[in-house]
Design a protein around this ligand. Structure first.
Ligand code: GLV
Ligand code: MN
Ligand code: MN
Length: 396
């Protein structure tokens, strides 16, 4: 493994370690159809080619690398290559690289699979550009309307439809793809664990039981734009103050629903001058809880406590339980590892609505994720690849 081993990274992660580095935020910013994301797509194609897999892009922008003729009843393994703004090196790429490496090793033994197999990378999993997570898998499975997706806008106001046009991607063809879906028999995603769930359990890997219900909302607070020096405190209608109070209400509401999580990750003041009382403030809300009902109740509580002018739902992902039979198959192949719920969303959660799906987690030594410090030890990544290889062998 040479340099890769000395860098503490898997070979494939090492190869892409300079792609999409974000000097301002730290870590990586790899967003749909930006130059870094195209470079990762090229890396995917060349990694696949070296192993002898056939690459294709589906009409929702997801990329597949086939071992043997595509479908039906294929075993599909993979994850995503995009990142949050200033994200880590592992969330997504670890699953894609582990899938390639597991297939490479099995192929090298001369085994001929009894069923088709594909390595996959889903498009816009993080929703970092267009605000809605798991866009590629949601479009593929018909979980989201193509019209809604075409109308989504990035932070520069560019719609998904226009952004696609600019890079030669035909957004008229996005939407549920029954032909592609009919090829998938099983889906397995390996992923770095994103919380502290595997710390002190003495195992480098775990399997997933379920994913918390979650969603994203946009809150807008309107007031009166005005002069920061000439406007008396008693004369102000300052939406920043309402937004600041709302952040505290979001925190308190989540504390009132034990086990739930609510986050304001972004706040934008308009017009955004240091000497200007804003005319409006927009903020994001990410809310998650154990069940759909609890998550809805949490968000209703927040909506009742804050004084937002508008409170708009951008996306909703119901609680997901992974397939029991496939989880048992995975356990038989890799041994009795811990079983963990996931607070993070995944394409596997979307695929679970249409095919038996499982997830394997790789230990995260301090639980940091969606941040430059996200990390997994090389030995734990290798244990994850071994687990995936064992599962794939048992299924092909
Ligand atoms: C994706 O990683 C999410 O949980 O937001
Ligand atoms: Mn993520
Ligand atoms: Mn991920």
């Amino acid at each position: 493994m040479g340099d890769a081993a000395s860098s503490g990274l898997l070979e494939g992660l090492h190869e892409i370690s300079s792609v999409g580095r974000d000097r301002h935020r730290g870590g990586y910013s790899r967003h749909l159809w930006d130059p870094a994301e195209f470079e990762l797509r090229e890396w995917f194609a060349s990694r696949a080619e070296k192993i002898g897999l056939e690459v294709e892009t589906d009409r929702n922008g997801n990329i597949w690398a086939w071992w043997g003729p595509p479908g039906p009843d294929a075993l599909v393994i993979g994850s995503h290559l995009d990142s949050v703004p200033g994200g880590g090196a592992f969330d997504g790429p670890l699953g894609v690289e582990s899938a390639f490496e597991a297939v490479r090793r099995i192929k090298a033994t001369g085994i001929l699979p009894r069923r088709p197999l594909a390595v996959m990378a889903f498009a816009e999993e993080e929703g970092s550009r267009f605000g809605v997570a798991c866009l590629g898998s949601q479009l593929l499975t018909g979980a989201i309307s193509p019209e809604y997706v075409r109308s989504l806008r990035d932070e520069n106001g560019v719609s998904f439809a226009d952004a696609g046009r600019r890079v030669g991607f035909d957004t008229d063809r996005i939407g549920r793809d029954d032909m592609a879906l009919s090829r998938i028999g099983l889906f397995i995603e390996l992923h770095v664990e994103q919380g502290r769930g595997l710390i002190n359990l003495g195992s480098p890997t775990a399997i997933a039981s379920r994913i918390l219900a979650h969603g994203r909302w946009t809150l807008t607070f309107r007031g009166q734009g005005n002069h920061a020096g000439a406007t008396l405190m008693s004369d102000r209608d300052d939406p920043m103050v309402s937004a600041a109070r709302a952040v505290l209400e979001v925190q308190q509401a989540a504390l009132d629903f034990p086990g739930s999580r609510a986050t304001v990750g972004r706040m934008t003041a308009l017009p955004g001058g240091a000497n200007v009382i804003p005319s409006s403030v927009t903020m994001s809300l990410d809310a998650r809880a154990s069940s759909d009902e609890e998550t809805r109740a949490l968000v209703e509580t927040i909506a009742g406590r804050v004084r937002a002018t508008e409170f708009v739902e951008n996306s909703w992902s119901p609680e997901v339980h992974f397939d029991r039979a496939l989880a048992e198959t995975v356990t038989r192949a890799i041994g009795d590892v811990p079983v963990l719920p996931s607070g993070a969303g995944h394409d596997a959660g979307v695929l679970a609505a249409v095919v038996p799906t499982a997830m394997i987690f790789v230990r995260n030594p301090d639980g940091v994720s969606h941040a430059p410090g996200e990390y997994a030890e090389l030995d734990d990544c290798l244990a994850g690849i071994q687990a995936l290889e064992d599962v794939v062998r048992s299924l092909v």
